[in-house]
Design a protein around this ligand. Sequence first.
Ligand code: D6A
Length: 322
Amino acid sequence: TNGSAPAVPSDQYDSLYLSPVTVGSSTLHLDFDTGSSDLWVFSSLQAQSSLVGHDYYMVDPAKEKQGYTWKISYGDGSGASGKVYADKVVVGGVTATAQAVEAATAVSAQFTQDVDTDGLLGLAMSTLNTVKPQQQKTFFDTVLKQLAQPLFAVDLKYHAAGSYDFGFIDKSKYTGAINYVNADTSKGWWGVSATAYSIGNASTSATVSGILDTGTTLLYVDTPIVKAYYAKVKGSKMDNTQGGYVFPCSATLPDFSLTIGGVKQIVPGKHINYSPTSAGNCFGGIQTNDGIGFSILGDIFLKSKYVIHEMGSTPRIGFAQQ
Ligand SMILES: O[C@H]1CN[C@@H](c2nc(-c3ccc(C(F)(F)F)cc3)no2)C1
C-alpha cells in the first residue's frame, strides 16, 4: 500500500509542520523529522499537567516491550524520554501493525509548551534510533516492503499545507525533471553535497556538505557563506540578542541556491524572510551552522521543492521544483 499525509504549518511562520498519525486508537499530530529516527509521542504515562493541550497515546500495558527505554535530545537542547510499546501506527493509510512506539514519561519544557506537537516521527536511518537494549526501526523502515517503491517524498510548502507521500511519486506536485544524486547515509542522515552556492546572480564554487532535515526550521550553512549573503541585504546585522542575522522587514532579499548534482536548487529570497522579531526587524532564514562542519538543509531550503528520499540498493535523493 502507498499513502499520503498532509504536512500543516504549526504557525504563521512555518516553525514546524505537523502530520496526523493514528497510534493505537489515538490520532496525534506529529512532527515528521528526516533528521532523527525515533517515533515518540506524548503519552498517558506522563503527569496530567504535562498533557494539557496535547493529544496523547493511551498506552496498553499488554503491548509494552518490557525493559525497553529511550532518551533523545535535539539540536536546541529540547528532549524527551520514556518506555516502548509495539502498537499499530497508520500514516496516510499506510499501516505498520507492530511499530515501536516510544511513549514519553518525561518531555522538556519546549515540548510541553508547544501544544500543537504531540511528538516526532523520525525518517532518518534506523541506526540513529535511541531505543535500548535493542535499536528499533523507523516507521519508514517498518513499512518499506509493503510500499510499491522504496521511497517517501517530501512536499513542504511556504505558508501552506503540503504533504509526505509514501511509496509513490506524485507527478502533480512538481514541474520539470527530477534530479537525482546519491545520498550519503553513512552517518545515519540523508546527506548531500553541493559544489557551488549562488547569491542573486553571482555563483561561487565551494563544497557545501549537508543533511536534509525537515525537523529543522531554518537553513544553516558555513559562516563565510552567511556573511556573503547578508552583505547583499541592506541594513542587515548579526544580532546576538536575537541569536542570528536580522534585517529591516522591508529589505529585498536575494535568492540563494546550492548546486547539487549540477543543478541549482534555488531558495526564493521571499522564503528567507523567516519572521518578525520582538525588536521590530525580521529574522533571517539563512543562519550560521556555528562551525559544526556541515550544513543543515532545513525547511527554508526544502519548502520550494519536492524531495524524494529513495532507499534503494543505493540510497538516492531526488530534487524537483514545486
Ligand atoms: O536533532 C535534529 C533532528 N532534526 C531537528 C529537530 N528538532 C526538532 C524539534 C521539534 C520541536 C521542538 C520543540 F517543540 F520546540 F521542543 C524542538 C525540536 N525536530 O527535529 C534537530
